[in-house]
Design a protein around this ligand. Structure first.
Ligand code: DC
Length: 216
């Protein structure tokens, strides 16, 4: 069984997807983390973001593996190394959308996401899961929230991770990513026609989880 959860950054996807997967004993696949891992590798390798060819070559030569820790959280291995923490750095958030808009990169990630999702019952969260990666997913959800609320959540989340980052910088980052993610040519952020739309702005995590469980 495949459960697809899409939506913009800060809508609560990862938190909700992780809880749902843990309760159902499904694999939690954070597809954004995969694009983040590639971005980390690109930055480490000092490739200029304009060098699309080199980025594609790098993407075809790295090994991304994904599992869950006992508490249900994500463990992302990049060439065998656990980079689950590094990929949350603001520097990665800043550039990830530019990498994720490259068509060939998306194709490579799509193959990997399908392979992982077909191995085990899974909950996948991302931008194009219900529209492109698993258009036949058993259940599809689109989580959204007002922009201000999403910025607030992301800012809090980063603070909780010990990262001192200005509210205005988070706002700018989210706004840029919203634009790039929803206007790119390949697999833009979009609600699938058959996805259940949930506006989480005024909902608690538990309320969103319950709403999803009600419709499973
Ligand atoms: O969910 P996130 O913020 O960790 O995602 C990071 C970026 O990855 C996001 O800005 C766009 C990209 N992404 C994507 O293009 N497609 C997905 N399925 C998941 C993420």
């Amino acid at each position: 069984m495949i459960i697809a959860i899409d939506g913009p950054a800060g809508a609560g996807k990862s938190t909700i997807a992780r809880i749902i997967a843990k309760r159902l004993s499904f694999l939690y696949i954070d597809t954004g983390a995969m694009y983040r891992a590639l971005t980390l590798k690109v930055l480490e390798t000092d490739i200029d973001l304009k060098e699309t060819k080199k980025i594609i070559e790098l993407a075809s030569n790295i090994n991304i593996d994904l599992t869950n820790n006992d508490d249900g959280s994500l463990k992302l291995l990049l060439d065998g190394k656990d980079v689950s923490k590094e990929i949350r750095e603001p520097q990665i958030s800043k550039f990830v959308s530019d990498i994720a808009k490259i068509k060939e990169v998306r194709l490579l990630m799509l193959k990997l996401q399908r392979k992982l999702g077909l191995q085990k019952d899974s909950v996948l969260d991302g931008r194009d899961i219900g529209t492109v990666v698993f258009p036949d997913a058993n259940k599809k959800f689109y989580l959204d929230a007002h922009f201000k609320e999403r910025v607030k959540r992301r800012h809090l989340e980063l603070n909780d991770l010990g990262k001192k980052i200005d509210y205005d910088d988070v706002k700018q980052d989210l706004s840029n990513r919203d634009t790039i993610d929803s206007t790119r040519e390949t697999a833009p952020l979009k609600k699938a026609d058959d996805a259940l739309y949930i506006d989480t702005t005024e909902m608690t995590i538990e309320q969103v989880v319950n709403k999803i469980f009600e419709s499973l």
